[in-house]
Unconditional design. Structure first.
Length: 577
């Protein structure tokens, strides 16, 4: 009898949990709460699903990208777009939106960049929009956390006081350990503002100038003929090639053990720049690794040790360290993951370098750092002013980047923000300095969007302060007329051969296989190279995305220049047969 009672209770609860929400109305709706709709799309197609909602509904769901990378667009009853999402190439893309007005909403599913394949769409929840800010944060964060998967930790500061701190999901899937406010994350490029702060402190003490030529401290670097200053490194305007892209081109995997010395040796072999110093902004991790090395050489102490003594300890950041030893044990750390199809995989990170990345911390500790911009327990007004100094390019344009922070505006309010992503870690810190408000969001899932969540959290606390700004007129650009290119006329065998880069000390061998040009490397999987213009090819490998072949006076192919965004025109010479 007791077992029968338990069964009846279970059945009642189960049937209640499956009842459609009173906010998601069945009339005219193409989706039912909790039921997946499976479909497939070709390159130019789109699916539209109608959802009839009552007023004041908070709706969550996800697209399971089975074999298709999709983008989602949410349209309100007025047919205007309210939200859009494209967070990951495979696995689940989570979405949420507010339906403040009753009516028929639309979820439009499109292939991302002309892909094609199968997907599933599911609405998981429709509940009243929370009005209390803390409950609102609970609501929107939980909407992005997969069941029984990796998650996130979130902290919020208002008026320089911690007002919210909570962990969601798992820090370690193998041992069933959950994220908490005490969980330590690798925060990737959010680390950069700490490295820039170290430079600012040393400049204030007169131990260096940001206008110094970096070769005063790093004489082993090549002399490019024009000085590269510390200020160029700070603002990503040095013209130096990015370390991660170079390593990948040289045959490294980004989950290899990568040490500071290996990076420094690689950079010292470079003989060309992407651009002249000060000419353009091109995000460059190399500069911040070099800045950490400059701090070490000027101070006479290892960079992590100097930061611990001069920044973390004075700010009582007890759970914070720069991690430059891949074998070091760190209690309470989160490990990172990504999703392949419907399975979580470990996303391994073995960095043994610091400066551009590798800060380990908690959201609560990071908000102690955010408070310091106001309280100045470490640093002073001069240092804090330096931390917001934007760079003026040689041609006179001012960029928004300043000392590891993007200085901008959000809905009329000044912000200082930066995101980070390494392996499966995704992190974001945004400060609203005039409101003494900050949000830190850390996740250990590669498909997570911490930036979008951070600003949604800010909306919950600051929406009454937002100011409408005039919209900038968009100027249409005339279409460039391109001559038609017939790839079938390309003689692929002209490009076969072995190519060597002295700057990377590595070879690629190109071979025609089944009428396709294929690249072989001793450490990388083979990848395809496709013609797109005369002597211009693209590839399926991100680190060799653009290849431009060169010819000698006899019109024979004698080399190639490889580019991938953060590396431009890296020279490979074709070897004699």
């Amino acid at each position: 009898m007791r077992h029968l009672s338990v069964l009846l209770v279970f059945l009642i609860l189960f049937s209640c949990s499956r009842q459609p929400s009173t906010l998601l109305l069945p009339e005219n709706s193409d989706l039912t709460l909790g039921l997946a709709v499976k479909d497939s799309l070709k390159k130019t197609e789109a699916d539209t699903f109608r959802v009839n909602l009552a007023a004041n509904a908070f709706v969550t769901g996800f697209a399971n990208q089975i074999t298709l990378d999709v983008e989602l667009h949410i349209l309100g009853p007025d047919k205007k777009e309210t939200n859009s999402y494209d967070e990951s190439a495979r696995g689940h893309d989570y979405f949420f939106f507010n339906a403040k007005e009753a009516g028929l909403y639309a979820i439009v599913v499109k292939p991302f960049r002309e892909n094609e394949g199968a997907y599933e769409l599911t609405i998981t929840q429709a509940e009243p929009i929370a009005t209390d800010p803390a409950k609102r944060v609970d609501q929107i964060t939980a909407a992005m956390i997969p069941p029984d998967g990796p998650g996130a930790s979130v902290a919020v500061m208002k008026d320089n006081q911690l007002v919210y701190s909570k962990g969601f999901g798992h820090a370690n899937l193998e041992y069933d350990i959950h994220n908490t406010p005490q969980t330590i994350f690798h925060i990737a490029s959010v680390s950069k503002q700490f490295t820039a702060f170290a430079i600012a402190l040393l400049a204030e003490e007169g131990k260096l100038s940001i206008h110094d030529d970096i070769r005063e401290y790093l004489p082993e670097l090549h002399d490019f003929g024009t000085p590269i200053t510390i200020n160029h490194l700070v603002h990503h305007t040095s013209g130096l090639r990015d370390q991660w892209n170079l390593l990948a081109m040289a045959g490294w995997r980004l989950d290899d053990v990568i040490t500071r010395n290996q990076i420094l040796r690689l950079i010292s072999k470079q003989r060309e720049l992407n651009a002249q110093p000060g000419e353009e902004f091109n995000y460059c991790n190399t500069g911040y690794t070099l800045m950490a090395e400059i701090v070490s050489r000027v101070s006479g102490k290892p960079f992590p040790e100097w930061m611990q003594e001069h920044v973390f300890k004075p700010l009582d950041m007890k759970s914070t360290l720069f991690y430059d030893d891949h074998e070091r044990l760190v209690p309470n750390r989160a490990y990172s993951y990504y999703m392949r199809d419907t399975t979580y995989k470990k996303s391994v990170l073995s960095y043994a370098n610091a400066g551009a990345t590798s800060l380990f911390t908690t959201p609560e500790d990071l908000l102690k750092w955010a408070m310091n911009f106001e309280t100045m327990k470490v640093g002073n007004a001069n240092v804090m002013a330096m931390m917001e100094e934007k760079f003026i390019l040689n041609k006179g344009d001012t960029i928004n980047y300043a000392f590891g922070q993007d200085i901008s505006k959000y809905k009329g309010l000044k912000t200082a923000a930066h995101g980070g992503g390494d392996a499966g870690y995704r992190t974001f810190l945004v400060r609203f300095p005039e409101q003494k408000f900050a949000v830190a969001v850390f996740s250990n899932l590669a498909s997570f969007s911490p930036g979008g969540l951070s600003y949604s959290i800010a909306d919950a606390y600051l929406s009454d302060l937002y100011r409408e700004e005039p919209r900038k007129e968009e100027t249409s650009r005339p279409e460039e007329k391109k001559e038609p290119f017939d790839a079938a006329q390309v003689k692929l065998n002209e490009y076969e051969g072995k190519y060597y880069s002295p700057e990377l000390e590595t070879f690629y061998e190109l071979e025609v296989v089944n009428d396709t040009l294929v690249a072989h490397h001793q450490r990388h999987d083979d990848f395809k190279i496709m013609p797109k213009a005369a002597d211009v090819f693209s590839s399926t490998a991100w680190w060799m995305g653009d290849l431009r072949f060169t010819r000698n006076s006899a019109k024979k192919v004698d080399g190639l220049k490889a580019s991938n965004g953060r590396v431009k025109n890296l020279d490979f010479r074709k070897q004699a047969d």
